[in-house]
Design a protein around this ligand. Structure first.
Ligand code: SOE
Length: 392
């Protein structure tokens, strides 16, 4: 694994638990963790359970006893590491969003296609697809239970940077993160809504905003020219990404949609909520109540109609047979264990896991259309289709 911060910790928990929770044809061995700071990565290895450490990601790619590379770094190094790992014959799991630009994403798709010809698997870490309630939402829609999809309504709201004194961390720097709330949390609701509806976004009209434009530098604000204050004031730097992105969208199955991604929705901690309205019913998922799915079924007797709360803990709910008896709920980290389960299963059975790098390129194309629409004054902007045969 390359990286050991929040996603590194979440993925490590999943690698440690996946073979306990699921009977799989292969076992994950947590062989090598990579980070730039030698003492920090050594501490992370002890804490997270990795056999060895390195400060050079190329060692991860070159060692012939390594089969899988898990990319958990900021977006500015996803392409370089994933492309090298695929060329070295490693299966690759890469965190979302796939890249910081469409061009990088296209290069990753090309590398994945080449590697796939040799049986090498690649997958992008949109983990919310693997929350059982989300997988159940997709099953209900695919089976026609809510009819023709009319509306998609998705928000992903956080508030961790509402304090103007919160420092200029890498997620607030375009050269490191590619974009702000849009790519970090907007990417999740783009992927999740396309996954559950089976429809793709074809066009958007968008607004973005940066509410706090300058912040104190932090140890993470490396490489930034510090515009220092009047001597004793802490040095500050420019925020170069969006704090919030709002957009309208059309999907290729006829649905119309609204999306909102913000880090300034004070009080909302990890407030991902998706409501899908169909011709026969509605479904609602709320990440802060991730074991539940609300289902309004117009086929029910009128006197019984309402948003029924389904507790997604039965053995025949997606992934839940691996865990506990009904009613014993699971958490955020289990979505990563399910992600590793599906990745190991795909590698062992010689199939291609989803979301593929091509699926993730399509998300990147939506992100790019949203950014261009906002830059050009909220003009309607088409999303070009993600094509498999991309220029190498
Ligand atoms: C921060 O917004 C963040 O950690 C995202 O980067 C993750 O993808 C999301 O799952 C939780 O919030």
């Amino acid at each position: 694994m390359v990286g050991y911060a929040f996603m590194g910790a979440a993925h490590s928990t999943a690698w440690r638990t996946v073979n306990v929770a699921f009977d799989l044809p292969a076992r994950a061995r947590m062989a090598l963790i990579c980070g730039r700071d030698e003492s920090k990565v050594a501490a992370a290895a002890r804490k997270l359970g990795w056999d060895a450490t390195t400060t050079d990601w190329r060692e991860v790619v070159e060692r012939d006893d390594i089969d899988v590379v898990d990319v958990c770094t900021p977006g500015d190094s996803h392409a370089e590491i994933a492309i090298a790992a695929l060329a070295a014959g490693k299966h690759v799991l890469c965190e979302k969003p796939l890249a910081n630009s469409v061009d990088e994403a296209r290069a990753m798709v090309a590398a994945a296609a080449k590697a796939q010809a040799n049986g090498i698997r690649s997958m992008c870490g949109f983990n919310y697809r693997r929350v059982p309630a989300v997988a159940m939402m997709r099953q209900l829609i695919a089976s026609g239970r809510i009819g023709v999809i009319r509306h998609v309504r998705a928000v992903y709201l956080q508030d961790w940077i509402v304090d103007p004194q919160f420092p200029l961390v890498w997620r607030l720097q375009k050269d490191k993160a590619g974009s702000g709330a849009l790519g970090d949390i907007g990417a999740h609701i783009i992927d999740l809504t396309q996954f559950v509806t089976g429809q793709k976004i074809t066009g958007v009209s968008a607004l973005t905003e940066t509410f706090v434009k300058e912040r104190p530098l932090s140890s993470e604000s490396s490489g930034l020219a510090a515009s220092s204050g009047n001597g004793d004031a802490p040095a500050t730097g420019q925020v170069t990404v969006d704090d919030a992105a709002l957009f309208l969208a059309r999907l290729d199955g006829g649905a119309i949609a609204t999306y909102e991604a913000s880090r300034f929705a004070i009080g909302r901690k990890n407030g991902l909520r998706v409501e899908i309205n169909g011709s026969l019913g509605s479904l609602v998922f709320d990440l802060e109540r991730l074991n539940e799915l609300e289902f309004y079924d117009s086929a029910a007797p009128t006197a019984e109609q309402g948003f029924n709360r389904i507790l997604i803990t039965e053995a025949d709910h997606p992934y839940m047979a691996a865990w506990w008896p009904p009613g014993h709920i699971i958490g955020y980290e289990h979505s990563f264990t399910h992600e590793m389960r599906d990745f190991i299963e795909a590698i062992a059975t010689g199939t291609d896991p989803t979301p593929s790098f091509l699926d993730a390129l399509q998300v990147q194309l939506v992100l790019d259309a949203v950014a261009r629409s906002a830059e050009q004054g909220t003009v309607w902007t088409d999303v070009e289709p993600a094509l498999a045969e991309v220029a190498a």
